[in-house]
Design a protein around this ligand. Sequence first.
Ligand SMILES: Nc1ncnc2c1ncn2[C@@H]1O[C@H](COP(=O)(O)OP(=O)(O)OP(=O)(O)O)[C@@H](O)[C@H]1O
Ligand SMILES: [Mg+2]
Length: 337
Amino acid sequence: MSRDLAIDFGTSRTRVYDKARGLIYDELSVAAVDTRSREVLALGAEADELVGRSSDHVVAVRPLSQGAITDFDMAERMLRAVLARCGSSRMNRPRLILTVPAAATSIERRALEQAAKAAGASTANLLESPLAAAIGFDIPIHDAVGSVIVDAGAGTTETAVISLGGIVASRALRIGGLDIDRAVASMVRHDLDLVVNAHVAEELKIRIGSVAEDLAPVAVEVHGRRPMTGEPGYVNIEGSMVNRAIRDLVQQMIAGTIACLSETPPELAQDAIYGGIYLHGGGAQLHGYAEALSVATSVAVNIDQDPTTVVIRGAGRCLEDIGRLRSLFASASRPQR
Ligand SMILES: Nc1ncnc2c1ncn2[C@@H]1O[C@H](COP(=O)(O)OP(=O)(O)OP(=O)(O)O)[C@@H](O)[C@H]1O
Ligand SMILES: [Mg+2]
């Protein structure tokens, strides 16, 4: 019997939801690949580890960037491996719902659809992420009431206003948590003369980074290499240094939400202000982000207690109604905006 699965193929993480079992897969969107055969040897955190322990012909591949597939062949191979991990096979081709950013171009949508089919899906239905998120937040999406959804992802930051089951305004920036990590790494290199890897930069952001200025000063010791000599070194970094490094990017993200609200028809914007902004995505957990967004927009901000799985849980719920939601999927394969 064929199985139905929902997949959120994100820039940083891939999540899969099974109708019967719920969230069954949540791993980094990375595969360890043998460069000679292009075979996927491991997925997610295991892939990262394997690459560290293997010879030069095993490399880490990330097939997405800024919310879109950039390496079609690897995206297909990775999806095939993810589907196999989730129990699908050639004999048992699943029907899929795949979430796609509202800002995805028609070429990007087609690439995702085709990669999923080539990877073994019997059908690949696209669902726009803001609608999936709204369902995940339990918002009645078919009502004539405007709701604002903000996704602070790793590769994109998207604000969308939805009403009557569709997206009436959206503003997407192809910047996100990964760009914040890069800004932190670049600050450490320029101000402290130390090269740190992406994991260290992300850890700094999560542990001591903040959008709020008035946090008690905390410092952590980080290890890396000196850029000129390659020798190991370490420095102490204070939260205020991280905050300065990330400030501009966070302001741009917040400006995206403000721009989207200003383009929203006034009656819907009024509803949205009344209902509050629904914030999700990994970046929603950045210290002070929700408060700063609320202050800048003068709108209350609601966050789910598990902000990184709102999209996949919403898409998962649509598995119940694959037949009935056909119009939602069809419009997602042809971007209107
Ligand atoms: N506590 C935290 N504070 C700040 N950032 C965090 C925190 N936890 C996770 N993140 C960041 O959230 C991002 C991952 O979020 P998410 O899983 O929503 O991304 P994604 O869905 O893969 O990306 P996209 O939707 O842009 O394709 C990473 O950049 C990660 O560093
Ligand atoms: Mg996402």
